[in-house]
Design a protein around this ligand. Structure first.
Ligand code: PMP
Length: 431
């Protein structure tokens, strides 16, 4: 279509990119140059088609016609700042609240997950008048100053923030990533450590799938006990649904629902606009009122008409196509196929899944547990040669991350499993 730039060759684009964007990370040792997308497919500049088993933003599919029509139509009709009355932002907020437990009655619309978490943290510190946080090991919550300090993934080894404690995620003890003690007990220990630094707990912030720690669907009873312990200590509970939300976990709209807990604040973003930047903080009015004397949390673009219709279109598509059930069914199918591969390849140490978020942990050895980091990077790059996109994650980068758009079908899963079989086979030959 008509684009306001002229296209250059991939190699030239790469060097021009380095000139202006520096070393900002690109996926793959041989970066891909996409020019179009359709459903679960992405097309590179030479017209080659790639199967997308990685991008969690475009949940209803790349180039979704309904989302695109909603955005284009609204952009043509009206784009304003958010200080005027508009139907879309009100409808969107009502629709979001309808997906939440009854306790929730307020929505704040923003533009990114980082911004949502930043505001959630501001609300928690303002309401409690405290400064301390508990997060989970190797978690990621954003790029702002406050959220970087709440993201152990980004902490410099020598300079960890003194107002934050990181605890292991509440996964089964038999899992080497897991707690070595009762999870509620770990919260108590973290509270004690904070206290030695004269810090009281404002909030416990967690991603319900513990995605960047390695995709670790929690032991729900343990998570419930952590939440209870945080509440007993007067802290707020913030569920960061930027990765886990909007049906990623399959059976529920939100990740926290699997554990039957009620957080105080929920943040969301990524897939909310299927690629259009829109994010939200959903909470209770008494929590928002903690900032009432503040200059306010007006955001020029947060919940503007275009973003709001994009998010409304996504909610409609999820509902009309029963994508939650679909995600769970395809996720189960993939898991079964992966389990068959694991019987064949020792490299696969563990498969973990929730809905359509799957972590395949690669190991050199299980006794003792030795992460296969290089193998993971290699497999991701070799799958790229087969024109299939996945990623890797975790502290050791040894966990294959399979997290496709929710419209991924069984036939796509077959294609991924076949390629993975080939790649694992070739890997065994050369390892
Ligand atoms: N929280 C989680 C769990 C995330 O995965 C991310 C993004 N990777 C963020 C927050 C930050 O969102 P954004 O990049 O939209 O600022």
């Amino acid at each position: 279509g008509n684009v306001p730039y002229s296209r250059s060759e991939t190699s030239e684009l790469l060097s021009r990119r380095r000139q202006v964007l520096g070393s900002a990370r690109l996926s793959y040792c041989d970066p891909v140059h996409f020019v179009a997308g359709d459903g679960v497919w992405l097309f590179d500049q030479s017209g080659q088609r790639y199967l997308d088993a990685y991008n969690n933003v475009q949940i209803v599919g790349h180039g979704n016609a309904d989302v695109a029509a909603a955005i284009a139509g609204q952009a043509r009709t009206l784009t304003t700042n958010t200080r005027y009355l508009h139907e879309a932002v009100v409808s969107l907020s009502e629709r979001l609240l309808a997906t939440m437990p009854a306790e929730f009655d307020r929505v704040l619309l923003v533009n990114s997950g980082s911004e949502a978490n930043d505001i959630a943290w501001r609300l928690a510190t303002a309401l409690t008048n405290r400064e301390g946080a508990i997060v989970t090991e190797h978690a990621y919550h954003g790029i702002t100053e406050a959220t970087t300090r709440l993201s152990p993934e980004d902490w410099p080894a020598e300079d960890q923030p003194t107002h934050v404690e990181a605890v292991p995620p509440p996964v089964d003890q038999s899992n080497h990533h897991g707690r070595t003690a009762d999870s509620a007990e770990l919260i108590t220990e973290a509270l004690n450590s904070l206290e030695t630094r004269d810090t009281e707990l404002a909030a416990f912030l967690f991603d319900p799938l513990f995605t960047s720690t390695g995709i670790l669907p929690p032991d729900t009873e343990q998570l419930r006990q952590m939440v209870d312990r945080v509440h007993e200590a007067g802290g707020l509970v913030i569920a960061d649904e930027v990765q886990a939300g909007f049906g990623r976990t399959g059976s529920n709209m939100w990740g926290f629902q699997a554990a039957d807990i009620v957080p105080d604040i929920v943040t969301m973003g990524k897939p909310m606009g299927n690629g259009h930047p829109v994010a939200a903080v959903v909470t209770r009015s008494n929590i928002v009122s903690a900032l009432r004397d503040d200059p306010g949390i007006f955001s020029t673009y947060g919940g503007n008409p275009v973003s709001s219709v994009a998010a409304l279109a996504v909610l409609n598509i999820i509902e009309e196509n029963q994508l939650l059930e679909h995600a769970d069914a395809v996720g189960k199918y993939l898991q079964t196929g992966l389990a068959q591969l694991s019987a064949e390849y020792d490299l696969i140490g563990e498969i973990r899944r929730s809905g359509l978020m799957i972590g395949v942990e690669l190991v050199q050895d299980t006794e003792p547990w030795t992460p296969a980091t290089t193998a993971a990077t290699d497999i991701v790059n070799r799958l790229r040669q087969h024109r299939i996109l996945i990623g890797s994650t975790g502290k050791h980068g040894n966990i294959l991350k399979i997290r496709p758009p929710l419209v991924f079908k069984q036939s796509h899963a077959d294609r991924l499993l076949d390629a993975l079989d080939t790649v694992l086979g070739s890997f065994d030959d050369t390892a």
